[in-house]
Write a protein that binds this ligand. Structure first.
Ligand code: ADP
Ligand code: MG
Length: 272
């Protein structure tokens, strides 16, 4: 994992993960977007460092444009970082993407499905991409569909699904290959409060399977309800890190919204 070599004359040895308990390690990560059309560069991720423990639900909480999706996209190999290191399941995103892809599941911010296929046909399509057998796909899909209350709906074409059902289908697809590490980018956007709570219960239950989860959200209650620890992100920088309880105690606040307000002078939803 991330180590720097021992150097007697300079700084002492730094071992971030001596007991190999981390699932994800991010160090000084930067993503700078430049464009010929736009003179100013965008520092989407501006020097972020954090570690996620195995089996942890780790939240990236921050307003729109904070850099949450950019971090998820780097960790899942969709884009490459400008600088810094990111290690996922022991593999470096710059050099070992193939290995990483076998370990992870991704529920992207923008839900994606074939509208003229049924839910189960969509699941089969993505299961096939993971080279799973039809039997494996169907067994796993049935279990997950029943847990999410989507079993009957899965026989219908996706074009008739509500926004919330589409997000649930995406969540299920992200789990079809039994990933050890799961990235959920705004997983409950578009869900009504009842379905959102049900989905929270489902995501919590994944902890029993020892899956490591990074979840992005701008819903404060979602971060408080689900996450063991949260990184609060603003303008590409990490401004606070810890369990919701610890952050609230540290900043003498009654919720994470107040923590954000105390640090930045703004409310999280003001940026949206
Ligand atoms: N492909 C891109 N080109 C230029 N700027 C981008 C691109 N993708 C994201 N950004 C910018 O990077 C910043 C972070 O975006 P993003 O990671 O999507 O934030 P979040 O997910 O927290 O809402 C924003 O200012 C956004 O406009
Ligand atoms: Mg986003």
């Amino acid at each position: 994992m991330l180590k720097t070599k021992k150097n007697e004359n300079k700084s002492p040895e730094v071992i971030i993960d001596p007991d190999n308990s981390n699932s994800i390690e991010v160090k000084d990560l930067r993503k700078i977007y430049t464009s010929k059309k736009v003179i100013e560069e965008v520092k989407a991720v501006d020097g972020i460092t954090f570690q996620v423990k195995k089996g942890e639900i780790f939240g990236l909480l921050g307003p729109n444009g904070a850099g949450k999706t950019t971090i998820i996209n780097i960790l899942s190999g969709l884009i490459s970082p400008t600088e810094g290191t990111a290690v996922v399941g022991g593999h470096n995103v710059k050099t070992e993407l193939k290995m990483i892809k076998e370990l992870i599941g991704l529920c992207p911010q923008k839900a994606a499905a074939f509208k003229f296929l049924t839910g189960i046909e969509n699941i089969e399509f993505f299961g096939n991409l993971h080279l799973m057998s039809k039997k494996e796909i169907n067994e796993r899909a049935e279990k997950l569909l029943k847990l999410l209350g989507l079993f009957e709906a899965s026989k219908r074409k996706v074009k008739g699904y509500s926004g919330g059902m589409l997000r649930q289908l995406n969540l299920l697809v992200a789990l079809i290959n039994e990933p050890r590490i799961l990235f959920l980018d705004e997983p409950t956007v578009g869900m009504d409060p009842r379905v959102r709570r049900k989905t929270w219960g489902f995501i919590s239950s994944l902890k029993n399977q020892n899956i490591t989860i990074i979840l992005t959200t701008h819903y404060i209650e979602e971060a408080e309800a689900l996450c063991d620890r949260v990184a609060i992100i603003d303008y590409g920088k990490l401004i606070a890190l810890g369990s919701p309880k610890k952050l609230m105690e540290e900043h003498k606040s009654k919720n994470l919204e107040e923590v954000f307000l105390k640090i930045t002078g703004r409310r999280i939803l003001e940026g949206i």
